[in-house]
Ligand binder design. Structure first.
Ligand code: ZN
Length: 475
């Protein structure tokens, strides 16, 4: 996106040719990514029509030398008025991305107000090259532009003095937080981190995904990504780019999320009391709200599921529980698959020195004879390999995976022992089946079919089956 806009704004290339240049690179842009980029560039440039600001290639950098060299700047796109009295910074925001914090806006405003024009250094560790182009802006504006609809919001507007006051209130604090740092929190961001190789906080565990060792660029993955890939590689790729989605959740998935959220809230209570009947939604009330709202009938089925949880609640034996991790996000580096594996157990708690991984599944489908939970829910397979490897810490020999399957008619508890060699081998084989094709994929082809109708990113997919063609297929 930035590359295309750079070509258009700085080199006078037409949008079509700029997009074509992207498609002609050695690593060609995925057709779905291209179709979204076309849309976003179109939205952005349509918004620009008739405006008279000049795009600025240089960064605006505030530099201080006090023993250490400090450089303060913002990545965002830069514009100025023809006479140089207005400087504007714009953050391009993808659908679903968070808004800028006041601290970020303050740093951007301060850099625009007082920064010297500078070109990007040739190497990351080098300082910016100040160009000496003089400027004394009198007005600073910080904008956020939505790429899905071209909408824009003013985040800050004022004089350099206003920018200084805003920075003193919000920015200085943010800078201190960044400089001071804090404990490492391994997660999705590790994949782009320059300190990754030396970081002691990220567990390295070869073979979590059941693949043999290879040399390949590091990729981030979750079990959901692997499931999307198995259904359609193009879908998994376009989801990973965080493109705008349509109708992401079917009703059954919304109900599952509503049940999860309800229990999650109860399980975060201070002292972790066991869930009781009085904690559950009252009879005859549609208790679902917001994005997880479902029909009255589905809500009644969800209430029945929640009531079946009461007897299955793990906190009935809370005397044995030493620690509950309610923000249980875990990242490990599978050094064989070269994958940053991200997982989010529904509940993780420690009992007698060992971690217990609990997953909750909601379904209205009756159990089928002979089906293996590890095949049915590959998240459980990952729970098994992670616990068996000791990657979560604690004593792996006492670990277990607990599965609570909630149906409107009842609750079905299961336990999987990750130290059981047969279960561990099965888990590895399940993950290998998913992760092998994913790791080897470099082109992310579409597998169009009836599922395109439920695919939330099909609007960007040039191969998506239209309703007509999938009906033909069905016939
Ligand atoms: Zn409970």
């Amino acid at each position: 996106m930035t590359e295309v806009l750079d070509l258009v704004e700085f080199d006078g290339v037409s949008p079509d040719r700029a997009l074509a240049a992207l498609a002609g690179r050695k690593r060609a842009l995925h057709s779905g990514h291209r179709s979204y980029t076309e849309h976003a560039v179109g939205q952005y440039l349509a918004r620009e029509a008739g405006r008279e600001l000049v795009p600025v290639r240089d960064y605006w950098v505030v530099r201080r030398d006090n023993g250490l060299r400090w450089e303060l700047y913002a990545w965002w796109r830069r514009y100025r008025s023809a006479d140089g009295t207005l400087r504007e910074l714009r953050r391009l925001r993808h659908a679903g991305a968070r808004s800028s914090t006041p601290g970020e806006v303050a740093i951007a405003a301060y850099a625009a107000a007082f920064g010297a024009a500078a070109s990007w250094p040739r190497r990351w560790r080098q300082p910016f090259a100040l160009t000496g182009v003089p400027s004394s802006p009198r007005q600073i504006r910080i904008l956020e532009v939505g790429l899905d609809d071209g909408s824009s919001t003013v985040q800050f507007e004022g004089s350099p003095e206003d920018a200084k006051a805003y920075y003193d209130t919000y920015g200085a604090q943010q800078v201190q937080t960044v400089v001071r740092g804090g404990p490492a929190r391994p997660g999705s961001a590790c994949v782009g981190c320059k300190q990754l190789t030396g970081c002691a906080a990220l567990p390295r565990v070869p073979g979590v995904l059941g693949l043999s060792a290879r040399s390949a660029p590091l990729r981030k993955v979750s079990v959901s990504d692997l499931r999307y890939h198995a259904a359609c590689p193009a879908q998994s790729y376009l989801r990973s780019l965080h493109l705008p989605k349509e109708a992401e959740y079917a009703d059954s998935a919304k109900l599952g999320q509503a049940v999860h959220d309800w229990l999650d809230r109860l399980h975060r209570r201070h002292g972790h009391p066991a869930c009781s009947v009085t904690d559950m939604p009252p009879l005859g009330v549609n208790w679902t709200t917001g994005r997880w709202q479902v029909s009255d009938g589905d809500a009644a089925a969800g209430r029945a599921m929640l009531l079946h949880h009461v007897d299955a609640c793990p906190f009935h034996d809370s005397g044995l529980i030493e620690e509950v991790d309610s923000e249980a996000l875990r990242a490990v580096h599978d050094t064989a698959a070269q994958a940053l594996v991200i997982s989010k157990p529904d509940l993780l708690y420690r009992e007698d020195g060992s971690w217990i991984w609990r997953e909750l599944k909601t379904t209205r489908r009756r159990p089928r004879h002979g089906e293996d939970l590890l095949d049915l829910y590959p998240q459980l397979a990952l729970a098994v390999t992670l616990l068996a490897s000791g990657a979560l810490g604690g004593d792996p020999s006492g670990s277990r995976v607990e599965v609570e399957i909630l149906r409107p008619e009842g609750s079905d508890p299961h336990m999987i022992d990750p130290t059981d060699p047969e279960r561990l081998a099965k888990a590895r084989s399940v993950l290998h089946g998913y992760a092998g094709p994913w790791r080897d994929d470099h082109v992310w082809p579409a597998q169009p079919g009836g599922h395109c109708r439920q695919c939330p990113v099909s609007q960007w997919c040039v191969s998506a089956a239209t309703s007509d063609s999938s009906e033909e297929e069905g016939a």
